[in-house]
Design a protein around this ligand. Structure first.
Ligand code: CP
Length: 306
């Protein structure tokens, strides 16, 4: 593959190969000296049209740990603010001869479009409510390292499934790797027709969590709701917020995940987020490793590579 635009299109073998590479990258990141030379002499541009803490920082660190020159394009102070289009911005950056562009955009499909207009490898760092492939890969790595496997696990993805690219990428990946995926949300936050695709859906949190091995919580993506669904925080937390009582319904050794950013007291209680079953900090560490793995895998296909 020249680009990573989504989990869709990756085979289970592709996913396993990336997770194996990422396991090795965890070891590199835990050394005192963290540098490899895989991307020495290469240029990586991070182009984020939407806010990010985890994804942008970890792509920057991942590129630097592999020896690349990494440039963070500041969209807020760029000529995008003067009306330059996505395609013209991409063509402009492409003329500077980068090897890799990492893109986040609020429109689904924008990253695929951009990939067709540039000569370098493109990585999707989240496009609207479409896909966030490196998030699903880092979640899979975190699960595999803690549970030993993904196949056969029951994973409950809870919250704003409708607007979540994280949910979409995870649903595709987890199903491909043999997990049982449950979607737990108010019916207004479930995509229409999703049950027909083979995913079990629950609007009752207690039933959705019963016996689950992994409980993956999602933020309410208010920026994508256009005012159509804005529940009161108190009510949402009461029915769909993960607190200790609800978590007790999952398997005794259930693990809690959240891609971040968290809204404490909305979709997750603070004591659960910081509790012994939480993998949330580990997910962040795995994020750097997975992004190193993706960059390394794409580096094998860069022009000029023997
Ligand atoms: N999980 C995630 O994509 O976080 P950021 O928006 O902070 O990058």
């Amino acid at each position: 593959h020249r680009h990573l635009l989504g989990i869709e299109g990756l085979s289970p073998l592709d996913i396993k190969a990336l997770l194996d590479l990422a396991d090795a990258a965890v070891d590199v990141s835990r050394q005192v000296e963290k540098k490899k030379a895989t991307l020495r002499g290469r240029t990586q541009i991070n182009l984020f049209f939407e806010p990010s803490t985890r994804t942008q920082a970890s792509f920057e660190l991942a590129g630097k740990r592999l020896g690349a020159d990494v440039m963070n394009m500041s969209v807020a102070s760029s000529s995008v603010k003067k009306g330059e289009t996505l395609i013209d911005t991409a063509a402009t950056l492409n003329a500077m001869r980068p090897d890799l562009i990492v893109v986040r955009h609020d429109a689904a499909g924008a990253v695929n479009l951009l990939a067709r207009k540039v000569d370098c490898s493109v990585i999707n760092a989240g496009d609207g409510s479409h896909e966030h492939p490196t998030q699903a890969l880092l979640d899979a790595l975190t699960i595999r390292r803690n549970k030993g496997t993904i196949a056969g696990l029951t994973v409950a993805i809870c919250g704003d499934i409708l607007h979540s690219r994280v949910a979409r990428s995870n649903m595709i990946l987890l199903a491909a790797m043999g997990a049982r995926v449950r979607l737990v949300a108010p019916s207004t936050l479930l995509p229409a027709g999703i049950a027909q695709l083979g995913f079990e859906t629950f609007s009752d949190m207690a039933r959705g969590l019963a016996g689950a091995d992994i409980v993956m919580m999602l933020r309410l993506q208010r920026e994508r709701m256009n005012g159509s669904f804005v529940p009161s925080v108190k009510e949402y937390f009461r029915y769909y917020g993960l607190d200790r009582e609800k978590l007790a319904l999952a398997a005794p050794d259930a693990l809690v995940m959240h891609p971040g950013p968290m809204n404490r007291g909305v979709e997750i209680a603070s004591d659960v987020a910081d509790g012994p079953q939480s993998l949330i900090r580990e997910q962040v560490e795995m994020g750097v490793a997975v992004r190193m793995a993706v960059l390394e895998a794409l580096a094998m296909h860069l022009p000029g590579k023997a």
